[in-house]
Design a protein around this ligand. Structure first.
Ligand SMILES: [Zn+2]
Length: 342
């Protein structure tokens, strides 16, 4: 029963590429082939539009041109046929089982956190959460994996931990990447490597060849997966991995952005003062004010494109330009816009 399509406009687009970059058989660099899927996903960090790009080995003589690799990380964002992130699902579970909220209260809580939903949807999310926790390697799953092995020469596994609230349990999900099948999911407090291995054990017992392991930067996940399949190549999810190591930088950058925005707040007053002026100077000042306004709208795309740094650099450029034009004019009284860029 698919959830209704999310009609909210996404805040940003994220393109995911396959984590595996080279053909496991011939070692050639994989080439982008098509878009595996694209959808809007409501997460606790806002709505994102996710593009999952499929790659393949371009070498005909390798004989695997029809084997398509896509991003495990993109697949790990939400369950198939839903448009809500795993973080939202995990939160629903936590609100229900730890805080004993009713569906009505959960709906209110989600809406307050910026996740647009109705009671009906919350109920379905709750049911999905229960389904998720029941995931296991059943006979049907084994048969499906057998087909995956026939087509792809093996299975690829990913494991992720989702923590909707700090200091609580983490929801760990094990997936097969080619098929998107969820093989197991469990809430764990510590998430130590030996504990995580118990989630992987039933998969190992199937004895299928594993041609790749993918996870984010969490050390215990890597240890657990590598202990189970020491021969399989291991890939970090670049995006997640970067986000983890970049978090302190992103936090500082956010403060920088807030600070600059605060110091630029004075422009409203200046705008009012020169609103009715028509002199050439006033027109130039208006252009500068428009430039400053547009700077304030910048939001970047962390962690690689930091909004605070971007605003800072643009504000500096405006300031430099202002100073240059003032210098040209001679020691005339500075336009009021300049002092606000300090
Ligand atoms: Zn190949």
């Amino acid at each position: 029963m698919p959830l209704p399509k999310n009609r909210i406009v996404p805040e940003k687009k994220i393109y995911y590429r396959a984590e595996i970059e080279n053909c496991p058989d011939c070692g050639r660099k994989l080439k982008r082939h098509h878009t595996a899927w694209k959808k809007n996903i409501a997460t606790l960090q806002g709505v994102i539009q996710v593009w999952n790009m499929a790659y393949h080995c371009p070498d005909e003589s390798c004989g695997n041109t029809k084997r398509y690799f896509n991003s495990a990380q993109a697949g790990a964002l939400c369950m198939k046929h839903t448009s809500y992130g795993f973080d939202v699902l995990a939160l629903v579970g936590e609100l229900r089982f730890k805080h004993h909220l009713t569906i009505g209260e959960i709906t209110k809580e989600l809406n307050e956190r910026g996740v647009a939903t109705s009671e009906r949807n919350s109920m379905r999310l709750y049911e999905r959460y229960l389904t998720l926790l029941r995931a296991s390697v059943t006979e049907q799953v084994r048969l499906e994996l057998e087909r995956v092995v026939q087509v792809n020469k093996g299975i690829m596994l990913s494991m992720d931990g989702v923590q909707p609230e700090k200091g609580n349990e983490t929801l760990y999900v094990v997936r097969e990447v080619f098929s998107g099948l969820i093989l197991s999911a469990k809430n764990l407090k510590s998430g130590s490597a030996p504990e995580l291995q118990t989630l992987l054990q039933p998969v190992k017992e199937l004895g299928f060849p594993v041609i790749g392991l993918v996870s984010d930067g969490q050390h215990s996940i890597r240890l657990a997966m590598e202990a189970m399949w020491p021969e399989a190549p291991y890939q970090y999810c670049q995006y997640h991995y970067l986000k983890d190591i970049a978090k302190p930088v992103v936090d500082i950058d956010r403060k920088l952005k807030t600070g600059i925005k605060k110091s630029l707040r004075g422009i409203r007053e200046i705008e009012k003062q020169i609103e009715k002026e028509t002199s050439a100077e006033a027109e130039i000042a208006k252009d500068y004010l428009a430039a400053v306004r547009s700077i304030l709208l910048e939001d970047g795309n962390p962690p690689l494109d930091l909004p605070g740094i971007r605003i800072f650099e643009n504000a500096q450029a405006v300031q430099q330009s202002l100073e240059n034009s003032l210098a040209k004019k001679g020691a005339h009284a500075p336009e009021k816009g300049s002092q606000n860029l300090q």
